[in-house]
Structures are given as structure tokens and as C-alpha cells.
Design a protein around this ligand. Structure first.
Ligand code: NAD
Ligand code: DAU
Length: 333
């Protein structure tokens, strides 16, 4: 297959690119704006593959999108997004631009060329659930500017199926973790702070629950939907394990040999969703299943960060320090 992978220089996108090149022998063009979260380092092991090409550009730029489609593409898979809820609360504008305008530009390009289209989405479109699990038919009740704009993008994708017959599908994932995740997100932030002796900032009481999925499992689910999903359908892909944040942090303390004294309860995130939980029966019926249990995946992830300082050192010594000070009101060590 010949794929255009938008946002492929990020955490999950680069995992997907690696799988498509190495496991499927696909030809892959990545279109990515390289925001703070997108990094060419994420392709270090596949960049020399002759079936791989990287183009720096924004999905909201129709010329940049057209330039990647000229050579013939079978499908667009869209990972491109602003992905951090805290940043969406502080500065929502980029979220609106990328999720609304960017998705529209990609959909138009796919419509003109009659391409297959896969939108990568999130369980956050359903909002919070105290008990039970969300199915694909659950109401959409997003809480943050991040999830509201992701929901808007999903609705636009569905409208292109209903109105124009675009062969589009949506995959909604739960909280991902694994190598190459930017350390603004809970797990890599806590791992790196634990290894450096910095404080471990837990929002509120830390009893918020997330449904963790390893990034390789989620990337495989997206590939599975690309191959076997029905146009117009939504597929949830949730992980096998749910964990309260405070338990995740305590596990990281144990795995890194840090001290529980480093844990600090800080002000809660405004509008913080209490619990996410996805039913994945529909995508499992297509033959996908998550393979990595959280206990094993977390230990491997901690080991990866411990062994790959080349990847995170430039982040921790760069602009990220200013972000961290703004967000947490204290400096990193
Ligand atoms: P990430 O922040 O690591 O990567 C996002 C990538 O998109 C970056 O490479 C960035 O440069 C690129 N990008 C941002 N705006 C762009 C634009 N306008 N044009 C082109 N490229 C742009 O994100 P991630 O965690 O890998 O998430 C990828 C996708 O998966 C997102 O759509 C996200 O909503 C979804 N998702 C993430 C999770 C999770 O837990 N991380 C869970 C479910 C769904
Ligand atoms: O559920 C899928 C979503 O998961 C994706 O769509 C988002 O792109 C992704 O960022 C993630 O959103 P969360 O807000 O759940 O992830 P985050 O890693 O920011 O936070 C996870 C939980 O940990 C959440 O309850 C907030 C809490 N937290 C986070 C940080 C960064 C803390 O307690 N302290 C922190 O410093």
C-alpha cells in the first residue's frame, strides 16, 4: 500500500510508520508540521528506507497536502493533532486550527482523489464515565478544548462519508504509553522526573482512572481498521488495563528506584475527566486484540527511557524547561 501518514513524526504516528514499513512493506510519505511534539529523531531507525519520505508541512496547508499526493497514494491516515489537554486549556487556538481546518483540508484532498481515509481519534470525545464502558454509540460529551475540537473533526469526517460517500473510518484510542512519547504526558514525565530526583506532580487526589494501551497495540488497531474496517464506521480501541493515576506513579517510583517522598499532590486540572473506559468489542470482532499488559509494558517503557537519554536529553534541556516552569510553577533539576 502507498500511505500518506499525517502527523507521522509524533509518538503514535512514528510507531505506525515503523510498523507499516517493517511489517507490511508499505510505501510511506509522512507529512508533519514538526511542532514541539514532532521530531525527525523518531524516524532514526527507518529514515534510510527507500520506501520512506518525509515532508515538513501543515495539514491545514492545501498546497503542502497536494504536493504529497501527486505520486499516487491509496490512503490517508491522519494522526496530526495538538494532543496535550493542559496546553489546550492554556492556548486553544492551535487546537481549533489543526483539528477543524486541518482535517477539512485533508478530507477535501481525499474526496477529490477518491482516497481511503482513516481519522485517528480519542476516547476523550465521549467525556468521563464513572462506571461501565463507552461503546461507539455512546453520546459525545467532550470536556476540554482538546477533546471538543477532536470531536468536531470526527463529526466532519462522518459528514464526508454521509454526504460525499468518502471511504472514511474513525479509530478512537484510549491513553497510549510507550517509547518516544513527549514528556509532557503523565508516564514519560513521571519516569524522567523520577530518574532525575524531581517532584512527581499528581493532579488533585490522583484517583482519576485511565485505560492504558501500549502504542504498538494502538498502531496495530489502526492498521487493522485500515485493512478490514467498513467505511462510515467508528471503532474503539482500548487497552486491557485500567489504572488510577496515583497507582501508575507509585509503580514508576518502584521501577525507577525513586522515593515516594517525591510524590506531590498539586492543583487539579480544570474540568478534569475522572475516568475513561472503552469497549473494543467491535474492533476485536475484526480480529484485533491488545497484546501488551500494562505491568509488562510499563516496565519496558521505563527501561526504554532509562536507556535512551539521546532521545530525551535535547527535550529536557530545551524549550520544554520553560513549558514546565509555566505549567508547574517550578524548575526542573
Ligand atoms: P503527538 O503530540 O506525539 O504527535 C502529534 C504530531 O502531529 C506531531 O508530530 C506534530 O508535529 C504533528 N502536527 C501537529 N499539528 C500539525 C499540523 N497542523 N500539521 C501537520 N502535523 C501536525 O501525538 P500522539 O500522542 O502521537 O497522538 C497522535 C494522534 O492520536 C492524535 O490525533 C491524538 O489525538 C490521537 N490519540 C492519542 C492518544 C494518546 O494517548 N497519546 C490516545 C488516543 C488518540
Ligand atoms: O485518553 C486519550 C488521551 O490521553 C489522548 O487523546 C490525549 O492526546 C493524551 O494526551 C491523553 O490525555 P490525558 O489528559 O489523559 O493524558 P495526560 O498524560 O496529560 O494525563 C493522564 C492523567 O494524568 C490525567 O488524569 C492527568 C494526570 N496528570 C497528568 C500530568 C501531565 C497528572 O496527575 N500530573 C501530570 O503532571
Amino acid at each position: 500500500m502507498r500511505l500518506l501518514v499525517c502527523g507521522g513524526a509524533g509518538f503514535i504516528g512514528s510507531t505506525f510508520v515503523r510498523q507499516r514499513l517493517l511489517e507490511h512493506g508499505d510505501t510511506v510519505i509522512v507529512l508533519d508540521k514538526l511542532t514541539y511534539a514532532g521530531r525527525e529523531e523518531n524516524f532514526h531507525d527507518v529514515a534510510s528506507d527507500e520506501r520512506f519520505r518525509f515532508v515538513r508541512g501543515a495539514i491545514e496547508d492545501p498546497d503542502a497536502v497536494a504536493s504529497t499526493l501527486d505520486g499516487g497514494i491509496d490512503a490517508i491516515v491522519n494522526f496530526a493533532a495538538e494532543t496535550h489537554v493542559d496546553r489546550s486549556i492554556a492556548e486553544p487556538d492551535a487546537f481549533v486550527r489543526t483539528h477543524a481546518l486541518g482535517t477539512y483540508v485533508l478530507l477535501e484532498a481525499a474526496r477529490e482523489r477518491e482516497l481511503r481515509y482513516v481519522q485517528v481519534s480519542t476516547d476523550e470525545v465521549y467525556g468521563s464515565i464513572d462506571v461501565g464502558t463507552f461503546t461507539e454509540d455512546s453520546a459525545l460529551r467532550p470536556s476540554s478544548p482538546y477533546s471538543a475540537t477532536k470531536t468536531g473533526a470526527d463529526l466532519l469526517v462522518q459528514s464526508y462519508f454521509h454526504t460525499y460517500g468518502l471511504r472514511a473510518t474513525i479509530v478512537r484510542g484510549s491513553n497510549n504509553y510507550g517509547p518516544y512519547q513527549y514528556p509532557e504526558k503523565l508516564i514519560p514525565l513521571m519516569v524522567l522526573n523520577a530518574l532525575h530526583g524531581d517532584a512527581l506532580p499528581v493532579y488533585g487526589d490522583g484517583m482519576q482512572v485511565r485505560n492504558w494501551i501500549h502504542c504498538t497495540d494502538f498502531a496495530h488497531a489502526i492498521g487493522h481498521v485500515l485493512a478490514h474496517g467498513d467505511p462510515g464506521e467508528v471503532y474503539n480501541a482500548g487497552g486491557p488495563d485500567e489504572q488510577a493515576n496515583i497507582d501508575v506513579v507509585r509503580r514508576i517510583v518502584t521501577l525507577t528506584g525513586a522515593s515516594e517522598d517525591q510524590i506531590e499532590h498539586v492543583s487539579d486540572r480544570p474540568g478534569h475527566d475522572r475516568r475513561y473506559s472503552l469497549s473494543s468489542d467491535k474492533v476485536c470482532a475484526l480480529g484485533w486484540t491488545p497484546r501488551v499488559r500494562f505491568e509488562d509494558g510499563l516496565a519496558e517503557t521505563v527501561a526504554w527511557y532509562r536507556d535512551n537519554a539521546w532521545w530525551w536529553e535535547p527535550i529536557r534541556s530545551g524549550e520544554y524547561r520553560a513549558y514546565y516552569e509555566r505549567q508547574y510553577g517550578r524548575a526542573l533539576s
